[in-house]
Design a binder for this molecule. Structure first.
Ligand code: FAD
Length: 426
């Protein structure tokens, strides 16, 4: 079995096969699995990169039937049952890897709505590199404000824009506000970090649209209390090194001088979905996701499964029930893939994949969150405690759980952030 992608979905598939009489090769372009839900805490200096990433080799150390291969998957030959690999660690030319069963879980990447040129001014939080880059930009902006003598330019350094008010954007904006108004208060002699503006720009008229309206409203109140200004109904129409330009539905255009912008808007499926679609003729939706059969296989290729952020699943009646691009979907699909492979080996019938929706959670800042769990709406401290334990539970590796818990306890008490390092390689 070849599994492409050691994220939430792929890793579950590999682990689910630990007792199966198969040899598994996990291919990933990174040597670690990243816990993306906490990337924003790295971007704001609350956690260190290593605390939200676990080396794949150590995660799978005891699983004797699992092999890890560090490489980029750059293509598929479905007819020959082969995966094309590039950028192997020894620098060898591209090579191929044969499979009997292939599981592809390549995830997604941020989409700049056709404006890829904005990426240089507004990095995204999808990768560890992205999180470290954002951290460096944010911390550097405060340093720049400290030495900037022109008041307008200083204000532009102290204006932070987050684009997209989904859970990631909300978490990010809340954390920048806490950093500026709380953690860094008194650290600078000239710049008044408490005068920093944090703008959360969202094209629709409320934040957290995947939550019920009442929770959106509560989250917005909590954000505003932290010092975040939501700019709802504002579409970003331009980003450059000095500013963000927005437009309202009535056509009002505003140019906001801001030196630090974070992108947390729409996502597109991994390029691997398109490659599989080209080879198999499977449908690709507008977000670049490949539409798989009810058992997660590619049409006409029962030996190939795809899952996680890069797929949509067709139901038995041919319709597509949209599933959110969140970790529980990928985890459940990864487990399902492992079970399916074993059921096939035993000649047992396979039920279609069914997603069990366990709810929706987003945190707003220190000790505030919103949760919608099967109709039960929670907000404030209780929701935050729930959020905290759930994230610790899913974080991979005992050591990381312990370290993150300690870090959170310390920052809760001291309001500090220990990982405020400017990476001067950037
Ligand atoms: C900032 C952020 C915050 C989030 N917060 C939450 C949250 O709070 N709760 C929640 O449920 N979900 C959250 N999500 C969504 C969640 O992280 C994804 O839904 C989940 O990671 C999807 O799992 P996956 O297995 O499909 O892909 P991923 O976990 O992204 O894994 C994909 C893997 O494939 C590898 N890969 C990709 N392409 C190649 C290639 N060509 N060759 C080799 N390897 C490749 C990547 O290196 C990666 O390891 C968040 C996402 C982001 C970006």
């Amino acid at each position: 079995v070849v599994v492409v992608g050691g994220g939430f979905g792929g890793l579950q598939a590999v682990r689910g096969l630990r007792k199966a009489p198969v040899e598994v090769t996990l291919v990933d372009r990174h040597n670690f699995t990243l816990f993306q839900p906490l990337a924003y805490q790295v971007a704001t200096g609350a956690l260190s990169p290593a605390e939200i990433a676990a080396p794949l080799r150590s995660v799978l150390k005891r699983q004797q039937n699992a092999h890890v291969l560090l490489a980029d998957v750059t293509g598929f030959e479905l007819a020959q049952q082969q995966v094309t690999l590039e950028n192997l660690a020894n620098g060898q030319p591209p090579t191929t890897l044969h499979y009997d069963t292939l599981v592809v879980a390549g995830g997604s990447r941020y989409s700049y709505f056709g404006h890829d040129d904005w990426h240089v001014f507004a990095p995204e939080l999808k990768s560890l590199d992205g999180a470290i880059e954002i951290r460096t930009r944010i911390l550097n902006a405060f340093e720049a404000a400290e030495v900037e003598t022109d008041p307008e330019r200083r204000q532009a350094w102290l204006t932070f824009v987050v684009v997209g008010a989904g859970p990631t954007g909300v978490e990010m904006a809340g954390q920048i506000a806490e950093l500026a108004h709380d953690t860094l208060r008194g650290d600078f002699r000239t710049a008044d970090t408490t005068s920093a503006r944090v703008l959360l720009v969202e094209a629709v008229d409320r934040i957290l649209t995947s939550f019920p309206e009442s929770l959106s409203a509560k989250a917005q109140q909590a954000l505003e209390k932290l010092g975040v200004t939501p700019l709802l109904g504002h579409m970003v129409v331009d980003i450059d090194g000095d500013s963000v330009t927005t437009r309202t539905p009535s056509g009002e255009v505003e140019r906001i001088p801001a030196r630090t912008v974070t992108w947390a808007a729409g996502v597109n499926a991994s390029e691997l979905a398109g490659m599989l679609g080209e080879q198999s003729g499977a449908e690709i939706d507008r977000a670049g996701r490949i539409v798989v059969e009810p058992d997660l296989t590619l049409p006409g290729h029962p030996e190939v499964l795809a899952l996680g952020d890069m797929v949509q699943v067709r139901a038995g009646d041919g319709t597509i029930t949209p599933m959110p691009g969140i970790a529980p979907v990928a985890i459940q699909q990864g487990r399902y893939a492992a079970k399916l492979i074993q059921q096939r080996l035993h000649g047992e019938p396979v039920e279609p994949f069914r997603y069990r929706d366990k709810g929706n959670l987003a945190t707003i800042g220190r000790s505030k969150a919103v949760a919608d769990i099967k109709g039960l709406k929670l907000s404030g401290f209780i929701a935050w405690v729930f959020w905290l334990f759930l994230h610790l539970f899913y974080l991979i590796g005992f050591q990381n759980r312990l370290l993150v818990l300690l870090r959170w306890l310390v920052s809760f008490v001291t309001r500090g952030r220990g990982a405020r390092l400017i990476d001067d390689r950037l």
